[in-house]
Design a binder for this molecule. Structure first.
Ligand code: FAD
Ligand code: NAD
Length: 396
């Protein structure tokens, strides 16, 4: 390769933006042409989206202008939507053009996984992006307004959250905090409002520490959430949901938090994928594709027991760091570094002032965990935008 190598990064989520930020620090001028493509001109802080979805925070607080994070002298930003990846031609097709690459980084994130459950795609909403949470927030408020005109329609005040994984749990925590305010605003008796969190597995937060799961369920139940555990959603209809035991719950609001898959463009590109996630090699490259790195929710990294690590922002960011290092090494012809996930733990919010977590092996709950959640959030802001971003978006 005698000309300057071209690096194209698809997606400015956790994996993509960290790759771009690290590359701009490491690369010398004219060492590579780096292009970052994202469908919006902002990066969104996915880990905050449960708050604007419920309406306890403004959606604008969960987004950051990409141009404020990158050095435009080192990285070209292209606001566009990727429509196809053609690895054989080393090309990416955008909605409005084509990009050629020597090295490709795929960080296009995940999509809701509906497991073929009828009606979910058509009738349920998802917590995935700024646009999707704006819709949920407005929709919830609108249900209260509609109820005042049709007080016999109790389904307007019934909110169903399908899946009690971390996304579902964090969302119901915020929603339960928001409901009293909406009741006051719309003069609605709070006892008429129902929030159901429905989970197919025998427990909420399957696989997580049982003591902390119980704590979370107790906190959320006290806030007004009704759990239906070991109860799968079988169908979603315009009128609500039908459960595996045949029960029908009428609701005009179904939010599906039942799981995610990798971006469909990845499997459409011909990479061998399991639910849109590609099992990458130790350097995060797609199999038999030395020039394609796959990060975050589109990738599958195995733990020492050969089970996939859950797709999280934490792993995506660490992958971004590793990928940037390996891109620089590839360009300079030096040795690549294997990716090793350093799992610092998990902290999940249960609404205002409440959370659960395991950090560096230590269990925490309540106010201490809630404070830890904020510290984790601020650490991320610091990594991508330094002190100015912490001051602008961080909150204790
Ligand atoms: P993403 O961050 O999803 O970014 C993908 C990017 O690609 C986006 O900018 C998107 O706009 C862009 N894009 C997508 N398609 C296209 C296209 N066709 N063309 C152009 N651009 C495109 N993980 C944690 O570790 N801790 C947490 O506390 C936590 N909380 C969460 C809370 C919620 C409510 C949710 C939903 C998830 C949470 N997660 C958390 C999981 C975490 O957010 C994801 O694992 C992480 O965002 C994955 O990062 P990524 O880089 O793969 O993709
Ligand atoms: P998930 O896959 O972790 O959880 C989905 C839940 O939905 C599961 O418990 C599953 O049993 C349930 N489910 C599936 N089908 C169902 C059905 N038909 N009816 C009822 N329940 C059903 O998905 P998620 O919660 O969106 O999380 C996605 C990823 O993001 C995970 O890796 C998670 O760890 C991460 N995340 C982390 C945090 C945090 O660290 N605070 C917050 C949110 C998400």
């Amino acid at each position: 390769m005698s000309r300057i190598p071209r690096i194209v990064i698809l997606g400015a989520g956790y994996g993509g933006i960290v790759t771009a930020i690290r590359l701009q620090k490491e690369l010398n001028y004219n060492e590579a042409d780096v292009t970052l493509v994202n469908k919006h001109d902002y990066h969104y802080i996915t880990t905050h989206l449960h708050m604007p979805a419920a309406g306890t925070d403004d959606p604008n607080n969960a987004r950051v202008s990409i141009l404020k994070l990158i050095d435009e002298f080192k990285i070209d930003f292209v606001k566009s939507t990727v429509v196809q990846i053609r690895p054989n031609e080393k090309k990416v097709i955008l909605e409005d053009g084509t990009l050629s690459y020597d090295y490709l980084v795929i960080g296009l994130g995940g999509e809701p996984e509906t497991f073929g459950i009828p009606g979910l795609k058509e009738h349920a909403m998802n917590i995935r992006s700024i646009n999707s949470v704006r819709l949920i927030r407005e929709h919830i408020e609108y249900q209260f307004a509609k109820f005042k005109r049709e007080p016999h329609r109790k389904d307007y005040l019934t909110f169903i959250v399908g899946g009690a994984g971390f996304t579902g749990i964090e969302f119901v925590g915020e929603l339960a905090d928001r409901i009293p305010k909406l009741c006051r605003e719309f003069d609605v008796d709070p006892s008429l409002v129902k929030i159901y969190n429905i989970e197919a597995a025998p427990t909420a937060l399957p696989g997580f520490d049982p003591e902390l799961v119980q704590y979370a369920m107790d906190v959320l139940t006290k806030k007004g959430v009704t759990f239906k555990i070991a109860t799968a959603i079988k169908e979603c209809t315009p009128e609500g949901v039908i459960l595996a035991d045949g029960e029908e719950i009428k609701s005009s609001t179904v939010v599906w938090t039942g799981g995610i898959r990798g971006n469909r463009l990845v499997e459409e590109a011909g990479f061998e994928a399991m639910r849109g996630r590609v099992k990458v090699d130790e350097y995060l490259r797609a199999p038999n594709s030395d020039h394609v790195f796959i990060l975050g929710d589109c990738s599958l990294v195995m733990n020492p027991d050969d089970r996939p690590y859950p797709p999280t922002a934490q792993i995506a960011m660490q992958q971004g760091e590793n990928c940037a290092k390996n891109l620089v090494a590839s360009i300079r012809g030096s040795q690549l570094t294997s990716f090793k996930f350093d799992n610092k733990g998990v902290v999940a919010s249960l609404g205002k002032g409440e959370a659960i977590g395991i950090v560096f092996g230590k269990k925490m709950r309540g106010g201490v965990a809630a404070m830890m959640k904020k510290i984790v959030d601020m650490r991320y802001l610091y990594i991508i935008g330094g002190v100015p971003l912490v001051l602008k978006k961080g909150r204790l």
